[in-house]
Write a protein of this length. Structure first.
Length: 680
């Protein structure tokens, strides 16, 4: 469908498009610098930017020393502020520029905020560096020395104070504050208190000269401040054109949100350019809402701030997001980070199991092996735990229990895996016991009728776990659970004595999409050479509970055909449980991530991302089913979960952990919001 509906606009879903501007600098030439600003502002307007920020003292240049004190220069600055304000108004955005500002008998290093064709306010620099190569106190006064909280520019009196908070009256969450260069390096940056006062976007106008290693330091501080202040942090430093009498400049520009980098600009560029990204101010607000420490700190440490209202552009123009967007939120795109995540996830699982074994004094465990992903991962964890505890792997009692629909492929994979790992493997055919139970309860299947209903399925699933519990009793062992986080979210588990229950479940905190990578990561280890082939065979097997025989067409029972693709379900799960996002926003983000198979890159370490695309109708269909399963039909199962370690951020569905909900709830409010806001 054509992207004309307001649903397809980033602004509809709480995004603010920001630009870090890096203009070519013209030394002590406000008119030429203003022309650079106007050109970049026009470019930003054409790209739908809401907020643009320029470097420190951008209208004059930073490294001009005593020229800052020249009346002719300062008069020219004021005239050019008016010129840039008009350009910002014409482009329909808010601009923040750097300029020397006179107030009384003092000169201040200021950030001038422009909107609606006028100056909205001026923020003076709080901390002036006066060490090593810096001599700012020779020219400028610190913010604390100002005589009043107003300054006159071009005949208009405007607010003049550090910590000013600028808030859009027509775009909830579009709230920003400004600090300047050195403020950023202070033990308590002004932006910290601004965030506590409600600012969700923090801007830094910087001139910061470059020396070896400093770019990494700036990036670290940006990431750290955006994480600690639970905000977005936009940084832009002076670049080409600044005086190189004694210093050099790289024009670094970065945009971070909640600790993650959204965008970075070209360093050492010779032309003016923009670094643009969409900031999710709605997500920032939701994260703060969930973090009581933030509000407690705001109450204890926060100070009253002057809030300056403004009106932002609000036309809902359709367009794609300009920001990284993970198709697999539980699986990082960066290969190095994925390796680290797999290392940590696997060892969290292993350590959790080791502690439970030492606490119970157990030397033996029972686990069912189906030849599928989850039981494979649980067995790999068990083997590593036994190795570390110096218990022989033969004490792992692994059972494959074929039923009415077990395929030769999964059965042979189960046996190959058990043999390769050196555990004690056995096989129990559950069909005779299942037939007896079906006969006892007078199920039609016992009379030869091909009725493969939920009773038929759960008789098999329940018997498998019933066998495991009795085998554990018989052998002084405990039962290791295998069900994963994604299955818990969907209620895709037989309640009670079925695969829902165990003595300890190592997979309950791991999403299905991550389990694939964990198995692949373990398979790459040198000590797993004997099991590598079978592990890859298991990875290549379609996900199926194998409880219903294949149809006349030969197609097997498909889990994803029933509950939906796990790639989508894990996407829904992450955004709904981690941030509490509305279904419409989840659908929008999912369509941005999955609507175009060519969007972004498909890293080689994502072999399960086979360039599939899902249109909005498909996403809405599976999201509707997810909402019903998650909010309405499966919470009672999660309320009675066995113990198991949390592995991923915001990913525990334990009633003792991240997610607590009534077992008798319903999905109406989420379904209504989905139907009312997401086009068909």
């Amino acid at each position: 469908m054509p992207k004309t509906h307001a649903f397809h606009s980033p602004r509809t879903h709480g995004f603010v498009r920001v630009a870090a501007a890096t203009p070519v600098v013209h030394i002590a030439d406000p008119k030429a610098n203003a022309e650079e600003h106007v050109a970049l502002i026009r470019q930003a307007g054409e790209q739908g930017v809401d907020l643009i920020v320029f470097p420190e003292l951008s209208l004059t240049g930073y490294a001009i020393d005593d020229l800052h004190m020249q009346t002719a220069l300062l008069d020219a600055v004021e005239r050019q502020i008016a010129t840039v304000a008009e350009a910002a108004d014409a482009a329909g955005l808010i601009a923040v520029v750097g300029a020397p500002i006179r107030n009384g008998d003092a000169l201040f290093n200021g950030a001038v905020v422009l909107g609606g064709g006028a100056v909205l306010g001026v923020v003076p620099k709080t901390y002036l560096p006066n060490y090593r190569e810096y001599y700012e106190k020779r020219w400028f006064a610190p913010a604390a020395s100002r005589g009043e909280d107003a300054v006159t520019l071009n005949g208009e009196s405007v607010d003049f104070a550090p910590g000013l908070v600028f808030e859009a009256t027509n775009r909830p969450g579009f709230v920003f504050a400004v600090e300047i260069c050195e403020d950023f390096w202070a033990p308590l940056p002004p932006s910290t208190r601004a965030a506590l006062a409600g600012a969700r976007i923090l801007l830094n106008l910087s001139a910061s000269n470059i020396v070896i290693g400093k770019a990494d330091e700036r990036a670290m501080l940006c990431a750290s401040q955006s994480s600690r202040a639970m905000a977005a942090y936009v940084f832009t430093a002076s670049g080409w054109g600044e005086s190189t009498t004694d210093l050099a400049w790289d024009g670094q520009a970065t945009i971070h949100e909640l600790g993650a980098k959204l965008a970075e600009g070209e360093r050492f560029a010779l032309t003016s350019h923009l670094t643009v990204a969409d900031i999710d101010v709605d997500r920032i607000g939701l994260d703060r809402l969930r973090n009581g420490t933030f509000s407690d700190c705001a109450r204890i440490e926060g100070e009253a701030s002057t809030v300056i209202p403004f009106e932002a552009a609000e036309d809902a123009t359709a367009g794609d997001l300009i920001r990284p967007l993970d198709r697999f939120p539980f699986v990082p795109d960066d290969a190095k980070r994925l390796d680290q995540d797999c290392f940590e996830a696997f060892n969290i699982q292993v350590q959790g199991l080791m502690r439970r074994m030492t606490a119970t004094g157990a030397k033996t465990l029972c686990v069912g092996i189906s030849g599928g992903l989850d039981s494979t991962q649980a067995l790999l964890v068990a083997c590593r735990a036994f190795d570390r505890l110096e218990i022989p792997r033969t004490n792992i009692l692994a059972y494959t229990m074929p039923g009415f629909a077990t395929s030769d492929g999964t059965r042979s994979n189960a046996w190959a895996l058990m043999r390769a790992l050196g555990v004690t493997g056995e096989e129990i055919d559950i069909r005779p016991a299942a037939e007896r139970m079906l006969k006892d309860i007078k199920h039609p299947f016992a009379d030869g009728q091909p009725v493969h209903d939920i009773t038929f399925e759960n008789v098999q699933a329940g018997l498998r776990t019933d066998y495991l519990f009795r085998l554990a009793n018989q052998n002084g062992a405990f039962v290791l659970g295998t069900g994963d986080l994604s299955e818990l979210a969907l209620g895709w588990a037989t309640y009670g004595v079925g695969d829902h229950m165990s003595h300890y479940n190592v997979n309950g905190g791991v999403a299905k999409t991550l389990i694939r990578h964990l198995i692949r990561w373990v398979a790459s280890r040198e000590d797993m050479a004997a099991a590598t082939d079978v592990l890859h065979a298991i990875l290549d097997t379609e996900i199926s509970p194998e409880l219903v025989p294949a149809g006349a067409d030969g197609k097997i029972q498909s889990t994803e055909g029933t509950v939906g693709p796990y790639a989508l379900n894990d996407f829904f799960l992450f955004h709904i449980t981690r941030f509490g996002m509305s279904p419409s926003k989840v659908a929008y983000l999912c369509h941005q991530a999955w609507g175009d198979a060519s969007r972004g890159e498909w890293p080689a370490h994502h072999p399960d991302a086979d360039r599939v695309a899902y249109d909005l109708a498909t996403i809405k269909h599976w999201l509707r089913k997810f909402l019903v399963r998650f909010f309405q039909t499966s919470q009672f199962k999660r309320s009675a979960l066995p113990n198991g370690p949390k592995v991923v951020t915001g990913g525990s569905l334990s009633p003792r952990g991240d997610w607590r909900a009534p077992s008798d709830g319903n999905a109406r409010v989420w379904l209504d919001e989905l139907e009312a806001t997401v086009p068909d």
